[in-house]
Design a protein around this ligand. Structure first.
Ligand SMILES: [Mg+2]
Length: 265
């Protein structure tokens, strides 16, 4: 039986109204442009308060004068540290995470136009990650596979973007229930979130690199996603998943920095 990637309910999506004050670093991301109105978010979380864990991490980072990465070299420092810590696969959500808009699988513009919405922070992070030897995958519930492939090629002209594994919600791939639970024993078959995408992407990458014996375990994966439910689902299955706030698109770097840069010191 195949596990079909399904868009989860928006119960846990982070609200764009969430107020996270970040004055420690400049935000060079222009998120003012949205191709479509932001979806209305429902949720049990307060619109005004970030999760306590996020507050704690931000406070801890500030107290240690964590340098927030901003230059290309700093991003490389971060991804080198991730690699050294055993990270093998960087997985990034597409809508409202890698791009500053939500396409809702209905983007009617060109791939190049969509590529312009790729956030600066991810332009740097992906380039650094591939330079550090990390595998990169984009995991999305969008069904517009070809469009996203074109947008990625347009946004990263200096990279061999064929190396970036793309997993959309289409019929180009599938994961058996048995395989999913082999990799993620705690996965809920009825609501696997991004776990099927991760499972399939890891499988493809391991097959492609079997000469070097590449083996990707859940603990070797970092997922960045704006949907709290996807993040919690992945964390529950031992993936290092980081919540991305679309209103503060650099914010997740603090969490990554605390985990990977601080542990080096
Ligand atoms: Mg998203």
């Amino acid at each position: 039986m195949k596990v079909v990637p399904r868009r989860p309910s928006k119960r846990g999506s982070i609200s764009h109204a969430r107020k996270l004050s970040m004055t420690d670093f400049g935000n060079d991301d222009d998120d003012s442009t949205h191709a479509s109105p932001r979806p209305k978010r429902r949720g049990r979380m307060s619109l005004c308060e970030p999760p306590k864990g996020v507050v704690f991490r931000v406070a801890a980072a500030r107290s240690r004068n964590l340098t927030v990465v901003s230059s290309v070299d700093s991003f490389r420092q971060m991804t080198d540290a991730m690699k050294k810590s055993g990270v093998k696969l960087l997985a990034i959500d597409w809508d409202l995470t890698m791009v500053s808009c939500h396409t809702r699988s209905q983007w009617y513009g060109t791939a190049e136009e969509l590529g312009r919405h790729v956030r600066p922070v991810f332009r740097k992070l992906v380039r650094a990650a591939m330079g550090s030897g990390l595998k990169v995958t984009i995991v999305s519930f969008s069904g517009q596979h070809s469009l996203i492939r074109g947008a990625v090629a347009s946004a990263f002209p200096c990279l061999d973007t064929d190396e970036i594994v793309l997993r959309c919600s289409d019929k180009k791939w599938g994961v058996s229930e048995k395989h999913l639970q082999q990799i993620f024993p705690a996965a809920k078959i009825s609501s696997p979130g991004k776990l099927t995408h991760l499972c399939s992407a890891a499988q493809q990458l391991c097959l492609a690199d079997k000469e070097n014996g590449l083996h990707i375990k859940p603990q070797d994966i970092v997922l960045i996603d704006d949907d709290l439910q996807n993040v919690e689902n992945a964390q529950h299955n031992k993936v290092t998943a980081v919540l991305m706030n679309p209103d503060k698109p650099d914010h997740f770097l603090l969490t990554l920095g605390e985990r990977y840069l601080d542990s080096e010191n």
